[in-house]
Design a protein around this ligand. Structure first.
Ligand SMILES: Nc1nc2c(ncn2[C@@H]2O[C@H](COP(=O)(O)OP(=O)(O)OP(=O)(O)O)[C@@H](O)[C@H]2O)c(=O)[nH]1
Ligand SMILES: [Mg+2]
Length: 464
């Protein structure tokens, strides 16, 4: 969709949730929001962009400050209704340098350039005459407009507001930027499309693209979580051993590295999910991933030329033993006949070497074999469920979070969270995959895909 995408200016009194509505509708958590009236001082554009297409563009604007004076000026230049928008434009042109009307100019300019009007009021405050000048000015612009009643607090003055707003706006809707669900978001867009005939086509197209994009966000989230579980279960952390045998310190160290790596994987996955859902500035309070009561034994392993005993067998060194020529072949000639050198070192070329014998051979003062400690793949059976529980809880919170919220999200799940998504059937399906992941063997891509689908189904159920 090139060129003309629908544009809307979100306007109203100071501190009524204009910026919050922009933030929610634009899926953008960088909009400035605070409880101090006058937070927004300049208009700023927030396009909702999907795969390079702008679906629509919102203008956040400062609140009206001198609506009465502006209206008085307009009335002084009273003309027939058809020429009123021209008078508003005259007002802008005449007062561009006049700081007293900075806020009015900031908010009127995008409207006069063709943006539709979303007029925001707080339905928890009583209606008052002071809003009439604002609504009257907006009527003078001649642009299609709609009123949104935002219920910031408990008190309900919605009916009075409806009666008043109905006289100025063709459409009046309740919309709460903090609690709006995705279907409510789409339904608001559908109403907006009705404001102007030329908008029906582009807004309907935007809605379709937005829905597809939303589905894609779920897909990507599920893929990301599936990958997290897979890589965490199959990860093997290695630590080279310095001496003949692993010390207690080395054993503890490899386990510490292993835990740190898994925590890093989780943090990475969470960041990715936040990015997918456009929550780039999310602050979280969350307990670190713990491994209490889990047996994370490390084991010693040996390798030759960077390959394990098993890998060497697979490579074709028959029977686990190799000839000097075989070693040269294995190393692809990169070591200038190391095989023959080893042959000479142990006395006599053509000799057959076993893995252990070779490990002890020293060439240029270095032993050929390397010993290391390994932690992982993850054996404790409950671990994937702990990780999955945390990942699903986080993703569900992020996916359903309004972009207008600025508080820290507390990722503290109740004991009943698991019950929300797990039953015997689900556990059985998951367990088949977990067993495969922790086996350390190859995981076919179809298996990983089936696991993603499973996770996506669970996640969607949690978010709805
Ligand atoms: N509880 C609740 N608070 C809201 C809601 N909408 C807005 N707020 C809060 O009201 C305050 C003002 O919101 P903003 O979105 O900054 O309002 P604004 O109209 O852009 O304000 P100015 O830029 O100062 O004109 C912020 O503290 C918001 O968090 C709502 O629906 N519920
Ligand atoms: Mg604002």
């Amino acid at each position: 969709m090139k060129g003309e995408h629908p544009k809307f200016a979100v306007v109203g009194h100071p501190n009524k949730g204009k910026s919050s509505i922009v933030s929610t509708l634009a899926f953008d958590d960088s909009v400035q929001i605070s409880d101090t009236p006058g937070t927004t001082t300049k208009r700023r554009s927030f396009p909702l962009q999907v795969d390079g297409n702008i679906l629509y563009e919102l203008f956040d604007t400062p609140g009206f400050q001198r609506a009465r004076s502006v209206l008085a000026w307009l009335k002084k230049h009273e003309v027939t209704a058809d020429r009123r928008p021209g008078v508003v434009q005259d007002f802008i042109d005449t007062h561009r340098e006049d700081r007293r009307f900075n806020d009015e100019i900031e908010l009127l300019e995008p409207i006069m350039s063709g943006a539709g009007i979303l007029y925001v009021v707080d339905g928890s405050k009583p209606y008052g005459e002071e809003y009439e000048a604002e609504m009257e000015i907006l009527r003078w612009t001649g642009q299609p407009s709609m009123a949104l009643i935002n219920l910031i607090d408990e008190t309900d003055h919605v009916e009075a507001w409806r009666r008043a707003l109905g006289q100025y706006f063709k459409m009046v809707r309740l919309f709460n930027p903090m609690r709006a669900t995705f279907p409510q978001h789409l339904s608001l867009l559908q109403s907006i499309a009705q404001l102007k005939e030329e908008w029906i086509g582009p807004v309907t197209a935007s809605i379709a693209l937005f829905e597809a994009y939303h589905a894609q966000m779920f897909d990507e989230t599920a893929r990301n979580i599936a990958y997290l579980i897979y890589r965490s279960l199959s990860h093997v952390e290695k630590l080279p051993i310095v001496g003949e045998e692993a010390t207690e310190k080395e054993k503890a160290l490899v386990v510490e590295h292993y835990k740190a790596r898994l925590r890093e994987y989780e943090a990475e996955a969470q960041k990715k999910v936040e990015h997918i859902w456009h929550h780039e500035h999310l602050e979280k309070a969350q307990q670190a991933l713990l491994f209490d009561g889990m047996d994370l034994f490390s084991k010693e392993s040996a390798s030759l030329f960077g390959l394990s005993r098993k890998e060497l067998l697979v490579t074709g060194a028959t029977g686990g033993a190799m000839t000097g020529a075989g070693i040269d072949l294995l190393l692809g000639g990169s070591t200038f006949f190391l095989g023959s050198a080893i042959g000479a070192a142990v006395g006599g070329a053509g000799i057959f070497f076993g893995f252990d014998e070779l490990s002890d051979v020293k060439v240029l003062g270095q032993k050929l074999g390397k010993r290391s400690l390994e932690a992982g793949p993850m054996k404790p059976l409950n671990f994937p469920y702990i990780l999955l529980n945390r990942a699903l809880f986080h993703a569900a919170k992020v996916a359903s979070r309004s972009h207008a919220l600025r508080n820290r999200v507390v990722l503290e799940m109740g004991r009943d969270f698991t019950e929300k998504w797990m039953d015997d059937e689900v556990r059985k399906s998951l367990e088949r995959h977990h067993a495969l992941f922790r086996s350390g063997g190859e995981v076919p891509s179809e298996a990983l895909q089936a696991y993603e689908v499973l996770i996506e189904t669970i996640l969607k159920r949690l978010v709805d």
